[in-house]
Structure formats: C-alpha cells, structure tokens
Write a protein that binds this ligand. Structure first.
Ligand code: AHG
Ligand code: MN
Ligand code: MN
Length: 336
C-alpha cells in the first residue's frame, strides 16, 4: 500500500479545500522538520549528552532541562529564515522573538512549548512538542510586531499540532479541517499519514488527573472524582480506570486514540494562578485538536478557545477530552 507523506497531505488540502495557504504549508513542514531533529536528539539520550538540567530557570520559575533549551533553539533556528513568520513566542522565552531583520518576514506567528513533559526526559517516558499558529494582525507601514499581536483567542488559530516522542514518533495536526496523524518512518526520515480523520470516542471510563493534588481541589473536581472512584455502585454506575503520564502530549494522545478525560484544574496551592498549564502554548493548541476530533475543551465553566488572553504566559484551568464526559464535568461546575 502506498501511503501519503505529510507534503502530499498538505498539497492535497491546499488543492481540494483551500485550507492550507502555501506559506502555511511551508511553515508546517519546517516545524515538522524541527520536530524530527528534536526527536532525534531525544532518542540519543545519555549517548548524545542531552539528559539532565541546566542552572537556569525559565520565565515561569521552572528549572530548565538541557532538552528544553536545545528544543527551543532547534525550533527558533529552523523557523527564522523561511520568510513565513513575523515572530515566535515560546514557553521558554520571556519575550517574543521577532524575525531578525536579515531575513524576509511573513504574516504568521508561531507559538510553542518546545519540550512538554520535562519531568519525564531523564526517565525515558514519552515527551513532546506542542505548537500553534496565528495570523499576525495587519499593520500599516511595516510596523514592528508586538506581544499584543499574539494575544488572540484560541478560536483564531490557523494551525495546531504536537509531536510525541514515544515508542513511535508521531505528529498530530489540524489545519481546521479535522485531525490527521503522521508516523515518522525512521528509515526514510519521512512523516507518513497513518490516520486522516482522528475522532475521539464520545464516552469514556478513563480519567487523567494528578491525584496527589486532591486535597487542594475545588469542590466540583473533588465531587466528580469521588463519583468516578465510587464505580459501578456510585452515581455514575461504571468502573473507571485512571492514567497520569505527566506529559500533556502523551496523556492527550492517549485520549485522542481511545477516549478519556484529562484535567489540570485550578487548585488551592497557588490560588491566584488560574491553573498550571499555559493557555497559549499548551491549552489552546490541544483544545483546537481535541475539538477538531469531536471532543470538548473547557476550563470547567467556559470554552478554553473563547478566552481573550491578556498575557503571553498566562495559565488556565483545563478539562478536555471525550465530549459526553467533559459535559458531565461541566454540569458539576455549573451546580457549584
Ligand atoms: P512542561 O514540561 O512543558 O513544563 O509541561 C508539564 C505539564 C504537562 O505536560 C503535564 O500534564 C503537567 O505539567 C504535569 O504536572 P505535574 O508534574 O504537576 O503532574
Ligand atoms: Mn508543557
Ligand atoms: Mn515545556
């Protein structure tokens, strides 16, 4: 059987539905190539000297791992020269990175979490890269791009995707016309289409939450998980299973494949922060993918992609996955 490559898929999307502008196609291919390079570095592990931490902290006050910085550099370098971007923003950089003047500039903005699941790097558990693409607002007379240009709701995303570096390296992508999955053919070095229309099962019996935070949760989350744990005899009348990988990419990849609900809700540990996960680099791109696969993504009470951001690095409460189960959790929040 001949399978399509990423390039063929994108060319066909461009021709048939007009969903992929030529500049966007180039952009996706460059990001995919960078993910291949990151996956290669990940695979070398101790042999490539890529494990362990650095002395530095990122803007969120988290200790940076070597791979956080290496992956960030790979993405910056790959995307600077192609002429398709105006600027980039990353979880690992305090401010935006405008395209240097020596290169032509394009109309798009690229945002990324270069390495998601950093706590799993040194223990050989799946990690990934998450990215999102926005269109830069039109400006008269070539005015410089600013941080404010990035502050668009998730519903404005043009593209979202992630790569997962696991037993297989995969790329999951949406350009707003469903979700396509590509598997890296390591011998050929090509991204090969392995599912052209990923759909999340609407129902599930599997939840994903860091249970060690239970004592800090808000009442609706506590009530929902208590009901799950009560199993067949409880109000939900089914026995639930639990999974928590602590790499959002890997947890979301599992629920995209076989259904599930993923939650990183606001909790009382740091009451002034709306959550742990980052809206622009994690929640928005994953919400776009999940919705395009027929699932839902909310904060508990509202749709994540409707949020008007006011800060580049802002955080958000996240509940996403199988449609009926997310609706169920929303009803617990609505009853509060
Ligand atoms: P990152 O490695 O980019 O900082 O993201 C880690 C995130 C997310 O991937 C995961 O779901 C969550 O943090 C895990 O958090 P806990 O360690 O609190 O479970
Ligand atoms: Mn992350
Ligand atoms: Mn990260």
């Amino acid at each position: 059987m001949t399978r399509k490559t990423l390039t063929q898929y994108l060319v066909e999307q461009q021709r048939e539905s007009g969903t992929v502008a030529p500049e966007v196609r180039l952009l996706i291919e460059v990001v995919a190539r960078a993910c291949k390079a990151i996956g290669h570095a990940v695979g070398k592990g101790a042999l490539g000297g890529v494990l362990g931490s650095l002395e530095s902290e990122n803007v969120q006050g988290e200790v940076q791992k070597k791979l956080d910085v290496m992956s960030n550099d790979i993405l910056l370098e790959a995307n600077e020269w192609g002429g398709h971007l105006a600027a980039m923003a990353s979880e690992e950089m305090e401010t935006i990175h405008p395209i240097p003047n020596r290169y032509p500039k394009g109309e798009y903005l690229l945002l990324f979490d270069p390495l998601d699941g950093s706590s799993n790097i040194d223990v050989n558990v799946s990690i990934g890269t998450i990215f999102s693409v926005l269109k830069a607002p039109h400006k008269e007379g070539g005015q410089a791009v600013t941080e404010a240009d990035f502050l668009q709701p998730g519903s404005s995303q043009v593209v979202a995707g992630y790569a997962v570096y696991g037993p297989q390296t995969m790329l999951v992508l949406t350009v707003g016309a469903g979700v396509a999955v590509f598997t890296l053919d390591r011998e050929q070095g090509a991204w090969v289409l392995t599912n052209d229309n990923l759909q999340i099962p609407a129902d599930t019996k599997e939840f994903s939450i860091n249970m060690s935070n239970m004592r800090h949760w808000d009442t609706p989350v506590k009530r929902y998980i208590d009901d799950c744990l009560a199993g067949e005899e409880g109000p939900l009348a089914k026995n639930y299973n639990m999974r928590w990988i602590a790499s959002m990419v890997a947890d979301v990849h599992r629920l995209l494949t076989r259904g599930g609900i993923f939650m990183y809700p606001w909790d009382k540990r740091e009451p002034n922060k709306p959550g742990k996960l980052r809206l622009m680099y994690e929640a928005n791109p994953m919400s776009f993918i999940v919705e395009q696969a027929g699932g839902r993504a909310i904060t508990g009470t509202e749709r994540i992609m409707d949020i008007q951001p006011d800060q580049l690095h802002q955080r958000v409460s996240v509940v996403l996955g199988s449609r009926n189960e997310v609706d169920r959790v929303k009803s617990y929040f609505d009853a509060k």
